[in-house]
Design a protein around this ligand. Sequence first.
Ligand SMILES: [Mn+2]
Length: 360
Amino acid sequence: MRLLQASDMHLDSPFATLDDDLARARRQDQMATFQRLVEVAREETVDALLLPGDLFEHRSTRLGTVKWTMDLLATLAPLPVLIAPGNHDPIQKASFWSLERPDNVRVFSDSWQVEEVGGARIWGRGFGEEHEPDDPLASFPPAERPDVLVFHGDLDKTAAESRYAPFSRARLGELGAIWAAVGHIHKPGAIGDLGAYAGSLEPLGFDEPGPHGAVLVELDLASRQKKWRFLPLARSRYETVVLDLAGRSDEDALADFHAQTADWDPAHTLIRVELVGPGAETGWPASRWQGEVGGAWQAAEIRDQRLPPVDLNDPFTVRGRYAQRLLAEIAEADGKERQLLTLALRIGLQALEGRRAGDH
Ligand SMILES: [Mn+2]
């Protein structure tokens, strides 16, 4: 039998860090990719579509989107669509899961339930609340042997580490399913030989780089063997390019940028360029980099983390001591904090030279 697995669509995500037009475009991408998923279910003549959670973003999904989704899934009938709600779309009393749905769409509750599809026993379980520190596999009925599992949870985590249905791969192995279709982790990947996370169907941000999509599984119930492959269905991808300016000109670094990104489709790539190394004083300003990287990308942002020239051997001046203190903190920091501290270092050193803060 053939199964198509996809999760973590987060339809109607706010994309709050993007400007309004781009956020709207990304929500349209999410819906277009979901539509593509439904087409693939039809083209690949699968026996069921498995959606292990976070189909919706319960704080921001609009009623119209829920209805659009259900109408689309209805077009697959009689193909079963099995949904195990996740932490972003838990089955609560006052949720869109209480709306009417097509007969072929089945939503698992927050206790394990079974659906029979083509002779396979497909067991599923959903989130009932946003936070669930209990191991979802601990409550699996002990006398049962599942063929397929569909659920949302956090792999190789303990209750102390995760409030998102933490479970162990050892326990998953003990249950003896041929395949586990699991949602929650947005990076696509195998769970050993036991199953897989399909990852977020359409990536949500720069922390979800690379191709995203769905998983197509082929199972043989008699031999309990399986084959599976990843289908890159996402419309867009997020990529970060780090350009180290040490020992080369801005022109060379830009040529390197073009070489590194040559294979990516600009119209469907959101790109972040991190400038590191020296050159903040003498190199192109961030605004020039923004222009050089180009407007062909779906979105392009420059993260300027270049350091100003600093004499580290000068602990006797205010400038040297300020720099040492900030550099020590920069070494410990990451992400946004690192960017902020780098900016503080640059502006602070300029201020100590009597220059205006806007000159960076
Ligand atoms: Mn998710």
